[in-house]
Design a protein around this ligand. Structure first.
Ligand code: NDP
Length: 246
């Protein structure tokens, strides 16, 4: 029977590529969108026209109750989640001098609390079934820090700690927990950076002298979700064109 993969933020740049990759591999793919998202129906229709069938549920991943309701609906309609990809995320960049509590909290809740909120209702059931994959999308900036991103770097660094701690707790139960840390990938989130900043400051830091492609990240997700990756847990896999090696 096909495994159920839940990808948060599937209508974003990386999420869409991950959904497409997993559905092509035979997973039943479920995604989430923000309750305020008004484009989910047109996105689903476009995907259907391209031959991809996804189920989609409203879910504010930053809100514990919303996450629990979402998982309950997925389990009721589709089945228990075998592969969870915690991908949804935001940036609210500003120097620490300008950083206020609202922008700190928004990023911590969406990028870190969300990982707890979504993992909590699925992890025990994965343990009970003796199989599961939890794949957290962090960032190179959670590994090395980034100017103007105290909130984002802290939240993404927190994802690494979460991953390693939970990986220890479920290691004997057939459940793996891993992090992927992309560098700069050519999605909306990155294309919103002014072009002159991209060209003069960001691309020159990347030894491969280009942005990554969402499909390249999706390929890593597919690997971590696979049977072949059963011995990989608590790992962080960097995908950054050589920008940061550790
Ligand atoms: P996008 O901005 O394209 O997509 C982000 C997705 O997150 C959207 O689908 C959005 O859904 C969803 N989302 C945001 N807030 C919430 C919320 N509160 N509840 C539910 N969904 C939410 O970003 P990317 O695809 O570029 O990024 C995906 C992940 O990869 C993020 O975690 C990001 O931090 C990480 N990353 C990206 C890099 C890059 O270079 N692009 C580099 C390193 C890491 P909706 O549209 O419905 O609001």
């Amino acid at each position: 029977m096909a495994r159920v993969a839940l990808v948060t933020g599937g209508m974003g740049g990386l999420g869409e590529a991950i959904c497409i990759k997993l559905v092509a591999l035979g997973y039943k793919v479920v995604t989430t969108y923000s309750p305020s998202n008004k484009t989910h129906e047109s996105w689903l229709a476009t995907m259907k026209d391209q031959g991809y069938n996804f189920a989609a549920y409203p879910c504010d991943v930053s809100d514990y109750d919303s996450a629990q309701e979402c998982i309950a609906a997925v389990e009721r309609d589709i089945g228990v989640v075998d592969v969870l990809v915690n991908n949804a995320g935001i940036t609210r960049d500003m120097t620490f001098k300008k950083m206020d509590k609202v922008n700190w909290d928004a990023v911590m809740k969406t990028n870190l609390d969300s990982v707890f909120n979504m993992t909590k209702p699925v992890a025990d059931k994965m343990v009970d079934r003796g199989w599961g994959r939890i794949i957290n999308i962090s960032s190179v900036n959670g590994q090395k820090g980034a100017f103007g991103q105290t909130n984002y770097s802290a939240a993404k660094a927190g994802v690494h700690g979460f991953t390693k701690a939970l990986a220890l707790e479920v290691a004997r139960k057939g459940v793996t927990v891993n992090t992927i840390s992309p560098g700069y990938i050519g999605t909306k989130m990155v294309m919103e950076i002014p072009k002159d900043v991209l060209d003069s400051k960001i691309i020159p830091q990347i030894p491969m002298a280009r942005l990554g492609k969402p499909e390249e990240v999706a390929g890593l997700v597919a690997y971590l979700a696979s049977e072949e990756a059963a011995f990989v847990t608590g790992a962080n896999i960097a995908i950054n064109g050589g920008q940061h090696m550790s």
